[in-house]
Write a protein that binds this ligand. Structure first.
Ligand SMILES: Cc1cc2nc3c(=O)[nH]c(=O)nc-3n(C[C@H](O)[C@H](O)[C@H](O)COP(=O)(O)OP(=O)(O)OC[C@H]3O[C@@H](n4cnc5c(N)ncnc54)[C@H](O)[C@@H]3O)c2cc1C
Length: 507
């Protein structure tokens, strides 16, 4: 008979990956009781370290970290990445890369930042990469410091939902949760046990990341290359990623032996390269599936539990952190009873399309990587387009996440976008004003009726009356706790409009 706890947690999160940890911090910031149940005993793994644990962070992720006062810690942790052979390879290139699409590189000096008029310079505007291990360490330290309980070696194995709580079975115990959030990765038990549909497309390839010792490390050309059988990236002396169009047949069906890796390496590279040793290897595919709903009663999904796709272009972690930033304050307001009607529904309404877009982005890359003459011809055209100013700007916009805009009611072009990091006349930056996870009403002209709009929200919106050094033509901006602009005004602000926007998001 499993031990049944009497404590009812506001939220139990399955999975202490980056998404589960970030979400735990968001919920705890709102003063809720949060328990994270993690299957693995040990948070460390060679696959979370260099070279394979490197993760590129997009603009929305960096902004989320900056706004919650986590960016400095992550930047300090980033130093671990400096020694990566992959980072060293790119550092040697004459031009600064801005990203890639299906392996087609595009460059920073081709990108036109004037295309993003709402982006102001900010500590969060420079892209960077961290190891998964150091990122999780920063998030776990923050979570523990603010009072999140984390139980490791305690994987969720079943759940039972009743009307107003969820019984979560894990490690021979039963935990009680008002809400359960599955952040337990691509093979999510929570998703399966709660009966979410997971729809999508099957894989075309098996991808390999391998750390090897080659008999002749100079036999392979460094960098990224297409071949008659797929694609490979080589960072000497022995870091290799390759894509083998086998229909995903090998992935997780057999052990990854040195003989197998050598055979695939020879086929994909079209060389007679010889493997002396296989130090570390993992496989992945381009299977692209997404939960058709993100909520079933009191069970929610976020991160890889809600969507999986190939790691091409490195977007999965960023998508998951975006889920957590979007969900945290909405769930917290729901639990505290201050949420306006349908606030929680807006989580899936905003994040499902964002996820679907990333899945399609990864599918389009797979289509452009197929080893056929027609595809190579098409890729050559895309390569030409990425080298134009408009082309590079388009691809950079999609990869960096700056194009993200939710379809909110407001008519102003800034509504639904990330708040620009206004430099205020008193020396403060707008971003860190969101560090407590509350809403923010920035009133550049100290308009008394706007003060009243914030005051009616009983501490849920911070009101800041201060001019900005660069206003972008605005007089006032209402910002949600996740940094998304709910309402913006040019000229004399209409307090009635501001009131309606505040009621929509803050009750
Ligand atoms: C080779 C590769 C390169 C990548 N590069 C990038 C990149 O550059 N940028 C990017 O944005 N993304 C990248 N990704 C994707 C990114 O790593 C994932 O999207 C991200 O880790 C998902 O985070 P998560 O917290 O949702 O899930 P995970 O990181 O999978 O964490 C889930 C956690 O849940 C735990 N768990 C599992 N089952 C249970 C259970 N039943 N009960 C309790 N706990 C459980 C797991 O142990 C794990 O700790 C890459 C992926 C790969 C494979």
């Amino acid at each position: 008979m499993p031990h049944r706890h009497t404590v009812l947690h506001d939220a139990v999160i399955a999975g202490a990956g980056p998404v589960g940890l970030f979400l735990a911090c968001e919920l705890r910031l709102a003063g809720l009781s949060v328990l994270v149940l993690e299957q693995a005993e040990d948070p460390h793994s060679p696959l979370k370290r260099l070279p394979f644990g490197m993760r590129g962070l997009s603009a929305p992720t960096l902004e989320a970290l900056y706004r919650r006062g986590l960016l400095d810690d992550v930047v300090a942790a980033q130093r671990a990445g400096a020694a990566s052979p992959v980072a060293a390879h790119w550092a040697r290139q004459p031009r600064r890369p801005a990203g890639h699409f299906a392996g087609i590189q595009f460059y920073q000096d081709d990108v036109d930042p004037a295309a993003w008029p709402w982006h102001l310079p900010s500590p969060a505007s420079t892209g960077m990469a961290v190891t998964l291990e150091s990122f999780e360490t920063v998030l776990a330290a923050r979570a523990s410091a603010i009072g999140v309980s984390i139980r490791r070696g305690c994987g969720v194995d079943d759940l039972v939902s009743s009307g107003d709580e969820v019984a979560v079975h894990a490690g021979g115990e039963t935990f009680r949760a008002r809400w359960l959030i599955g952040c337990d990765g691509g093979r999510s038990l929570v998703r399966k046990a709660a009966g979410f549909d997971f729809a999508g497309t099957d894989p075309e390839f098996t991808g390999y990341s391998a750390e090897v010792e080659l008999a002749d490390p100079d036999a392979l050309p460094p960098g990224r290359h297409y071949s008659a059988a797929g694609m490979f990236t080589y960072a000497p002396p022995g870091t290799i990623a390759m894509v083998d169009f086998d229909g995903g047949a090998f992935h997780r069906t057999r052990p990854i032996t040195p003989e197998h890796v050598q055979a695939v390496l020879r086929r994909v590279t079209g060389t007679e390269v010889t493997l002396r040793a296989l130090r570390l290897a993992t496989t992945w595919t381009d299977r692209a599936h997404q939960a058709t709903a993100y909520r079933k009663g009191r069970v929610l999904l976020a991160g890889d539990a809600a969507h999986i796709h190939s790691p091409l272009g490195g977007q999965g972690l960023n998508l998951g952190i975006g889920d957590a930033m979007n969900l945290g304050w909405k769930l917290a307001a729901t639990i505290r009873g201050t949420a306006p009607a349908s606030l929680l529904d807006s989580y899936a309404a905003e994040r499902h399309p964002a996820g679907a877009k990333v899945l399609d982005w990864s599918r389009a890359q797979v289509a452009l990587m197929r080893p056929s003459p027609g595809t190579r011809a098409l890729a050559a055209i895309v390569r030409d387009l990425t080298a134009t100013r408009d082309g590079a700007t388009y691809f950079a916009e999609r990869v960096s996440g700056v194009s993200l805009r939710y379809a909110l009611d407001g008519t102003h072009p800034l509504a639904g976008r990330s708040m620009p990091d206004f430099a205020l006349a008193d020396g403060r930056q707008a971003g860190p004003l969101l560090c407590e996870g509350k809403g923010l009403l920035l009133d550049f002209d100290a308009h008394a009726p706007l003060h009243a709009v914030a005051a009616r929200r009983d501490g849920r919106i911070d009101y800041v009356a201060c001019d900005a050094k660069v206003r972008l033509g605005l007089s006032a901006v209402l910002v949600r706790p996740d940094g998304v602009v709910a309402w913006a005004s040019e000229g004399g602000p209409d307090a009635g409009e501001a009131e309606r926007a505040a009621a929509r998001w803050f009750g």
